[in-house]
Design a binder for this molecule. Structure first.
Ligand code: C2E
Ligand code: CA
Ligand code: CA
Ligand code: CA
Length: 275
């Protein structure tokens, strides 16, 4: 095959050109999707034992013939800053839902956990944007949980602590997503005003497949508890996993086995059934 000249600028690489074109096209599709209201929210139930206590809010994109999964567009949305309008929309919709639930005694206790991407969290206006979503909807701030990943929290820990503390003062809580997959020291994590950690679903998967996986889950749960945090197990796919989590004293559960991400109407039906 033909050797590329050293003076060939890399952006003439046809393969790279194709992937740039694909990314630009996806960006345009996301932009159009926002204006055409193609994005919808799904809600994955969270349980405390048998009791439904809330849901994680998961973005879905109704595009073309079916649903596009967040794994296919969140990264591009993040790279192109489109995550900002998209993320604000998710936050404001979640707050509107909390405000609705607050009106009825059967639903007033439910919480919503919203995923916030690094770029959203680092944005200058982040605290104001969250407070704006809360005040304009009338949502009870103490029912809103913000899920963050380790990387963004530790990139600038002082700044993260300040933002989180400001929102904590209004009652907003914070969950550390994908707990156990990062590499940061516990003394660092301990400085953060978290209320909860979510054990990454890869560890849950390992409960079934090997013995050391099971002991890792037990260790993570007790670690979280010893830091005074709630510990949510996500990615639960079997009764075996539930039984094992009980022996670890972990009763906060999320996963396909007990409830898939679903439209709001079916979540509310589920609430009636489990009551
Ligand atoms: P995540 O925050 O770790 O969310 C949990 C993911 O695990 C969801 O995938 C959910 O559908 C899936 N899941 C739930 N139960 C099970 C189970 O039992 N087994 C397995 N294998 N998977 C399970 P989803 O909805 O495709 O979301 C993927 C990722 O996209 C999320 O991972 C989150 O990082 C991101 N994401 C989703 N919605 C938003 C959003 O509104 N904003 C931002 N910034 N990111 C979002
Ligand atoms: Ca999450
Ligand atoms: Ca997760
Ligand atoms: Ca994740």
């Amino acid at each position: 095959s033909k050797q590329k000249g050293l003076d060939t600028p890399h952006f003439f690489d046809p393969q790279m050109q194709a992937s740039v074109r694909a990314r630009v096209a996806l960006e345009e599709d996301i932009r159009a999707g926002i204006t055409m209201s193609e994005f919808v929210l799904y809600f994955q139930p969270q349980f405390n034992g048998q009791q439904l206590i809330g849901a994680e809010v998961l973005l879905r994109w109704r595009h073309g013939s079916g649903f596009v999964s967040p794994d296919k567009f969140i990264t591009t949305a993040e790279q192109s800053n489109l995550i900002l309008p998209l993320g604000n929309w998710v936050l404001s919709q979640a707050c509107k839902q909390l405000a609705e639930w607050a009106k009825r005694p059967e639903t007033a206790h439910l919480t919503l956990s919203v995923n916030v991407s690094p770029k959203q969290f680092k944005h200058d206006q982040f605290v104001d944007i969250v407070l704006q979503a809360i005040t304009s909807s009338g949502a009870p701030a103490n029912r809103l949980v913000i899920e963050l990943t380790e990387g963004v929290l530790l990139e600038n820990i002082e700044n993260a602590i300040e933002r989180m503390t400001q929102l904590r003062a209004y009652g907003v809580s914070f969950s550390l997503d994908d707990f156990g997959t990062g590499y940061s020291s516990l003394s660092y994590l301990q400085r953060l005003p978290l209320t909860e950690v979510k054990i990454d679903r890869s560890f849950l998967h390992d409960i079934d497949s090997n013995a050391s996986g099971a002991s890792i889950v037990r260790t993570i749960v007790s670690l979280g508890h010893s830091m005074g945090l709630k510990v949510v197990a996500e990615g639960i796919e079997s009764q075996t996993q539930i039984d094992y989590l009980k022996t670890c004293d972990c009763f906060l559960w999320q996963g396909y086995f007990i409830g898939e991400p679903q439209p709001i109407e079916s979540l509310e039906k589920l609430l009636v059934q489990t009551n």
